[in-house]
Design a protein around this ligand. Structure first.
Ligand SMILES: Cc1cc2nc3c(=O)[nH]c(=O)nc-3n(C[C@H](O)[C@H](O)[C@H](O)COP(=O)(O)OP(=O)(O)OC[C@H]3O[C@@H](n4cnc5c(N)ncnc54)[C@H](O)[C@@H]3O)c2cc1C
Length: 308
């Protein structure tokens, strides 16, 4: 309930001011975000690679309102991919990028977003790595999947994301798993209405487990994005049951969340990728992390109370 209220209220300028100005905010941002610049992102990527972890980098920002901004975000990705490639970090897809379609102009027209995503895919191919299109709010889901399906003719390794909280998730997994696609499965970080989404945690978890079964039995490359110990255990059992080789799927977690578990999984020989956000536009990302972790929210609210 608290999660839904916080996500719904996050568009309010007053709440934005309160959160961005709170003393505890910087510490929480620093624990979830790699830094503001591409060199920060490259430095963190190098450290994670040294620990045997794979990386997906996200340049923070979403819901871009004009073409110039969409182009600027695209330029950031192209530049980052060049730097990662030059530093030998993209070999065999070790570091890739995650892109929010609304950040590169999805709501300015699918042509704008598709053109920008093509530029990012070309830079990724040049660097020897891949791109994954994040899943965002419900209005962005269908256009994102359509762009991904179209661009896959030229870039077959373009990945996409299924949010298990959506009622359509299992059907999407079936369609994608049959086509050998790279699919990230997550629970879903947005607040969606009952008509299109499961809202009880238990139902979301059950949907995740059903989707997991579909993807692990399919011919694609499942990317299992969760910190949930139970779902990670089920993933391991399914990999065993379906006879999947360790390099035919991967686990994914967010930078700063359960780092010991990330290293543990990598040490078992599993492919473990860390999603690393960087950039100055961290507000929406931070709110989603606060909303899904009551302990963080409590810490944050206490710091508001102790202000001044
Ligand atoms: C690699 C990756 C990519 C993602 N991409 C997308 C995307 O494209 N679209 C989208 O909608 N969502 C995305 N998400 C977010 C996802 O949908 C969930 O909101 C988020 O991962 C929390 O769900 P969970 O599966 O970890 O389960 P939960 O039940 O939320 O958490 C399980 C356990 O993980 C730990 N944990 C979870 N969140 C936090 C936190 N913020 N701080 C500290 N500990 C925490 C706690 O121990 C918790 O008990 C992504 C997540 C990951 C890991």
């Amino acid at each position: 309930m608290l999660r839904r209220i916080l996500l719904a209220a996050s568009a309010s300028p007053r709440l934005r001011q309160l959160i961005t100005g709170a003393p505890a905010t910087r510490a929480i941002v620093d624990s979830y975000v790699a830094g503001e610049t591409a060199p920060d992102a490259v430095r963190v990527t190098r450290a994670l690679r040294a620990a045997g972890l794979l990386v997906s980098l996200d340049y923070l920002g979403e819901d871009t309102k004009d073409q110039a901004q969409a182009t600027a975000v695209t330029d950031q990705y192209v530049q980052l991919l060049g730097e990662l490639g030059a530093g030998g970090l993209t070999r065999a897809g070790a570091a890739e990028v995650s892109v929010k379609p609304t950040a590169v102009g999805l709501f300015l027209g699918t042509g704008t977003a598709a053109g920008n995503i093509v530029r990012i895919c070309a830079a990724a191919a040049e660097a020897g790595t891949t791109v994954t299109l994040d899943a965002e709010e419900y209005a962005a889901i269908e256009p994102t999947l359509q762009i991904a399906a179209k661009l896959r003719a030229e870039h077959p390794d373009l990945g996409c994301v299924v949010q298990a909280c959506l009622r359509r998730a299992e059907a999407d997994c079936r369609a994608l798993a049959g086509h050998g696609v790279r699919v990230r499965l997550c629970k879903g970080a947005y607040s969606e209405p009952e008509a299109v989404a499961f809202t009880a945690r238990r139902d979301v978890d059950r949907s995740y487990a059903r989707c997991l079964r579909v993807l692990m039995n399919g011919s694609g490359y499942p990317m299992l994005a969760t910190h949930d110990p139970r779902l990670i255990q089920i993933s391991g059992s399914l990999a065993h049951l379906t006879g999947r080789a360790p390099d035919s799927f991967e686990y994914q977690m967010l930078y700063g969340i359960r780092p010991a578990e990330q290293r543990r999984l990598a040490n078992t020989g599993a492919r473990m990728r860390v999603y690393v956000p960087y950039g100055g536009d961290w507000y929406a990302y931070l709110v989603r992390r606060l909303a899904e972790r009551p302990a963080n929210l409590a810490f944050f609210l206490r710091s508001l109370g102790s202000r001044g």
